[in-house]
Design a protein around this ligand. Sequence first.
Ligand code: GAP
Length: 456
Amino acid sequence: MMEKTPGSVTMEKIVSLSQRRGFIFPSSEIYGGLSSCWDYGPLGVELKRNVKQAWWRDIVQGRDDMVGLDASILMHPQTWAASGHLEQFADPLVECKQCHQRWRSDEVADNSCPSCGGELTEPHLFNLMFKTFMGPVEEDANVVYLRPETAQGIFVNFQNVLTTTRKRLPFGIAQVGKAFRNEITTGNFIFRSREFEQMEIEYFVRPETADKWFDYWLEERRKWYLNLGIRKENLRLRPHRDEELAHYAKKCYDIDYNFPMGWAELEGIANRGDYDLAQHAKHSGKEMTYFDEESGEHIVPYIIEPSAGVDRSVLAILCDAYDEEIAQGELRVVLHLHPTLAPYKVAVLPLSKKENLGKFAREVYDDLRQCWMVHYDDTQSIGRRYRRQDEVGTPYGVTIDFQSLEDNQITIRERDSMNQIRVPIATLKETLAAKLAGQDLFVLPEGGQIWKEEGT
Ligand code: GAP
């Protein structure tokens, strides 16, 4: 019934699907778009929220060694002097003397412009932080920066969190939020943009245990992606070479994903040592230590930092889930999204728009959407409607026909296998809940039947 076609995932297909179905649009598109900025549409916003929610559920809600934080984007400018970003968060920039395009010098192989072949200038360092002014006067004293990482909001709140939660080492602070980088070169859709979201953990540990916790988080975070359905063969761990290490890092590994353009960083796991707390103590004059009641000592904890990108996760999830198959002689594009991530969990599809059927279907829809994001669609043939839902990754369709009005049974159709079962309406919610939680689709409730989707 279903056979695979050779059509593999490409960035063009992901960009096209994203725009066509309302996952992701270019920012301010009616004005020609703004380079490297993107807007999440009705389906994209659900997918992105589900990614962040899954992270929060697993990192904060499910653990008692972790608490959350939501710090402001604008921070005291001294933060960036202390963190080293003012001095060191810079890329070497070269400019073509002929066409004036700018490049990161480490991205050009020889001294000629990748675009026109022209000669390039000598590299100079370009700071990646966006600068703006606080208040109405645009002068140096009022300069503030849009944060280039969410991490610093966590470090400056270390004592606040410690005293209010009375956490003991090891413990972590987790945060999800926007970060901004004036990247010299952007591209590959949402992979590298100038405004993006991070999901960061700063995990505070005794210095002598840092290696152990580093290994722990590397494995924990790799498993997190696998549990959300990312294929094992598309993930790899890559240690940073010494010359690649960020100015604050003692050690760093990337979790790379095999994107259509090749292997690239999805998440970085760093051992930041005591760099950040020591720097903020020095610049603020405030204590940034932890009092160990057992030994009676003040210590500066080391920090293990798993730092993930929301947008890169969304891109990896879309690429990984994308599939093309021949089903009933036609091309079927399907997103095999994990139910936790799918924008809509269920689509309610009445076979006809006739009044009594519509009313019945609406009641089912209203009931189900108390629990989940549910989509209602009563236009075009049922086959087209199934394909539309497959393409956006909706795991289950609920079909209501005239027979349903008589026997109070409805059909559940599964996205991946295209199998269908007929169940009593009274068991619909519990059946869907079990299936969405990953339980076997074909444990039939009493009175249920099962069959295979036929030509539509
Ligand atoms: N606090 C550590 C830190 O910011 P990073 O490796 O520079 O480390 C962490 O960034 C993650 O943020 C990356 O793994 C990536 O997922 C995401 N990220 C960084 N720059 C990005 C950009 N320009 N566009 C989209 N995501 C980005």
